[in-house]
Design a binder for this molecule. Structure first.
Ligand code: ZN
Ligand code: ZN
Length: 181
């Protein structure tokens, strides 16, 4: 079965937020072959037990009250353009989130949520131009210089510190942020 489409998280299998699994979905009660492994904020605990279809159709949010990325973590830090409420809801309630060392944040650009490309290490950011890298640098509050160079060289997809790469859905510019354990 083909996975549902998520505009802002187009390949959740590649990013590791959705994995092949025969776990039964806590919302629809079916074994769909895939399960979501990212954050699920709710009163109850829903760890690795929601299928991608119940995320996409909004039922996991409506029936179980699950939020996948906190609303206030979309559009941080200091986004210039306000993000339409409908976009915030699509990302928070109907898009798979992802796990970071810190609580995950959703990068935004051009007044829209950006497309999540995945966790990124130094080699994944080699293709970023200077301005795009500066976005990652500013996210950790560093100035250009040896301290940043050292941090950049240490970025690793599977460890700490690491970056989270996004691409603007409107202008195609890349950006994101970094965190560490
Ligand atoms: Zn389901
Ligand atoms: Zn843009």
């Amino acid at each position: 079965m083909e996975l549902p489409r998520f505009k802002y998280h187009p390949d959740p299998v590649a990013t590791g937020s959705i994995v092949a699994s025969d776990t039964r979905c806590a919302r629809c009660g079916k074994v769909r072959g895939f399960i979501y492994t990212g954050p699920a904020y709710a009163i109850e605990t829903y760890r690795d037990c929601i299928c991608p279809w119940c995320i996409a159709d909004g039922s996991a949010h409506e029936k179980l009250g699950i939020t996948f990325t906190c609303e206030w973590d979309i559009a941080r830090p200091k986004a210039q353009d306000p993000i339409p409420r409908a976009v915030v809801e699509e990302v928070a309630y109907r898009t798979p989130g992802f796990r970071g060392w810190e609580q995950s944040r959703w990068w935004t650009h051009c007044g829209d949520a950006a497309i999540f490309l995945g966790r990124a290490g130094r080699e994944d950011l080699e293709g970023f131009d200077a301005e795009e890298r500066a976005v990652i640098r500013e996210s950790v509050g560093l100035c250009a210089g040896p301290e940043w160079d050292e941090f950049f060289d240490a970025l690793t997809k599977g460890g700490s510190p690491r970056a989270y790469a996004f691409r603007c859905s409107k202008c195609g510019r890349r950006g994101g942020y970094a965190d560490c354990d």
